[in-house]
Design a protein around this ligand. Structure first.
Ligand code: FRU
Length: 511
């Protein structure tokens, strides 16, 4: 075994001498440190109150904007408004005042943002305005939903709601979540918007963001176990080529009956309608965990920038009951998207944004290599961490099961493992700590995944109360929240029913 002893010592001293990160972070919050203990270090959370979907993801003048569904008055869903934060690396966020408030019981539901560079709307002379295109939801009267716009000529700091709203109104109750983007091929705006109860999305086109014309519809296939929300349509590059395909992503059901999740379709878009190239009947899931929903991608990224996706790391099944305070809800790690062939099939590939790896390189590192693991070994005995990136590569896997337990003490653990018999990668959070805040929370979530050459490569992001596991070159992701009771944050690498070789392991610990 080649253990880097110096790093091991460093990690240990770190434990003895450092405050827990949440204690350092909790300044400025009224609630106790204990309540804020689950706040992640490199995932977005609001300072306080409830959040759900990311909205209006747009890059403009060097800033990544993150707007989001926000309740300014409480920590459960209500009074939906657009909260606002900005970042220059998609990881370190500055909170800004609420951008769009609920007014006269008209809530501001999900939507997108674009930069009107050519002033197509004719509303912003001299400036490049950001436009928000959102669903106005009439909460107190008839519950009608229609699409409205607002604009900002000061980099998203202040907003004017368009005087002649709505811009698209079918007089319906369920019609929402417009994603608008500039379709450069025909120099026009495209909107994809959902009819949730019909499991259908519509495509509209516009020259000016104000007048919209229906061009096509898509629906009926894939998962229809839950309503369709938050569609996004984007061009995704195919790895190793100059080619691309269009990908339609939909928030709907998941492989777990009764839980929300996300599916995607790969296909072609001709400026009017999207057609899928997928032939199978089965839905294709974007994430195999419970906690990834309402994800959308950035508009207006610089030329050559890969698409970036952010999701709400949560599930509607228990979202209102999460044991966190004074905030409730977080965003996933931002993910770069591409397409690649996996076992002869084109798949969507997700990888943490590259700025994450830059940030990682400034954290503590512990490495191991070429170590045969046997049942009962405990290679990580002295290692404790609650916010880290763990890269692991195993080969010669003969074990029936292998993996790592995190957030571990005598009584609890979150298991990230692979079962060779069932050919499944899984996160087991049944013993992860605080699970009884909702009857639907405790679970074992899994992705079917076949090993090639008896080897397995994992990237595991752990951040206080969220675990995201990437494998298969990013074609398989499982995202799950966990709420440990214990502060110990131990780890244990394990094998069961055989052995495996740990070819390489890198653990980057954040503080
Ligand atoms: C998805 C969603 C959207 C809606 C928003 C309301 O989570 O239900 O369809 O616009 O949340 O907060």
């Amino acid at each position: 075994m080649k253990v880097s002893g110096i790093f091991l010592v460093l990690v240990f001293i770190g434990i003895l001498s450092c405050q827990r990160p949440h204690e350092q972070q909790s300044e400025g919050f009224k609630q106790t440190e204990v309540q804020d203990r689950y706040r992640p270090l490199f995932h977005f959370t609001p300072e306080k109150n409830w959040i759900n979907d990311p909205n209006g993801l747009v890059y403009h003048n060097g800033e990544y904007h993150l707007f989001y569904q926000y309740n300014p008055f409480g920590d459960t869903w209500g009074h939906m408004s657009w909260g606002h934060a900005i970042s220059n690396n998609l990881l370190d966020w500055t909170h800004l005042p609420v951008a769009l408030y609920e007014e006269d019981s008209i809530m501001i539901f999900s939507g997108s943002a674009v930069v009107d560079k050519d002033n197509t709307a004719g509303l912003c002379k001299g400036e490049q305005c950001i436009f928000a295109i959102y669903t106005a939801h009439d909460h107190s009267r008839n519950k009608l939903q229609y699409q409205s716009i607002a604009y900002s000529s000061d980099n998203g700091r202040t907003w004017i709601k368009y005087a002649e709203n709505p811009v698209l109104n079918l007089g319906m109750r369920d019609f929402r979540d417009p994603k608008v983007f500039w379709y450069v091929e025909a120099r026009k705006w495209i909107m994809v918007v959902s009819h949730p109860l019909a499991y259908m999305v519509q495509f509209y086109q516009s020259e000016n963001l104000v007048d919209w014309e229906l061009t096509g519809e898509f629906g009926g296939g894939g998962d229809v176990s839950k309503i369709w929300e938050c569609p996004d349509l984007l061009k995704v590059p195919i790895e190793g080529s100059d080619d691309h395909k269009w990908v339609l992503i939909i928030s709907s059901g998941s492989q777990y009956e009764g839980f929300t999740g996300m599916q995607y379709f790969i296909g072609e878009f001709d400026g009017k309608v999207f057609n899928t190239l997928q032939t199978g009947e089965n839905p294709v899931w974007l994430d195999y965990g419970k906690d990834f929903y309402a994800a959308i991608t950035y508009n207006n990224l610089p030329e050559g920038h890969p698409p970036v996706l952010i999701g709400w790391a949560n599930n509607w099944a228990y979202a209102n009951a999460l044991p966190t305070s004074p905030w409730r809800g977080m965003m996933s790690i931002p993910r770069e998207l591409s397409l690649a062939e996996v076992n002869g099939e084109l798949k969507l590939i997700q990888k943490p944004v590259r700025s994450f790896y830059e940030k990682v390189s400034r954290s503590e590192l512990l490495t191991f290599s070429d170590h045969k693991i046997e049942e009962g070994d405990n290679l990580l005995k002295e290692v404790y961490a609650s916010a880290f990136l763990l890269k692991m590569e195993f080969n010669d896997i003969d074990a029936e099961e292998l993996g790592i337990e995190v957030f571990k003490d005598q009584h609890e653990k979150t298991i990230i493992g692979y079962n060779s018999k069932e050919m499944k990668l899984f996160i087991d959070r049944t013993l992860s700590g605080h699970v009884d805040f909702h009857q639907d929370f405790a679970s074992i979530d899994y992705a079917s995944y076949k090993l090639w050459d008896k080897s397995l490569k994992l990237e595991i992001l752990v951040d206080q109360s969220i675990v995201e596991v990437f494998t298969g070159n990013g074609s398989v992701v499982i995202s799950d929240q966990v709420f440990p009771n214990s502060n110990l944050n131990g780890m244990q690498l394990f094998v069961k029913g055989g052995t495996a070789n740990l070819k390489n392991m890198e653990l980057y610990r954040f503080k």
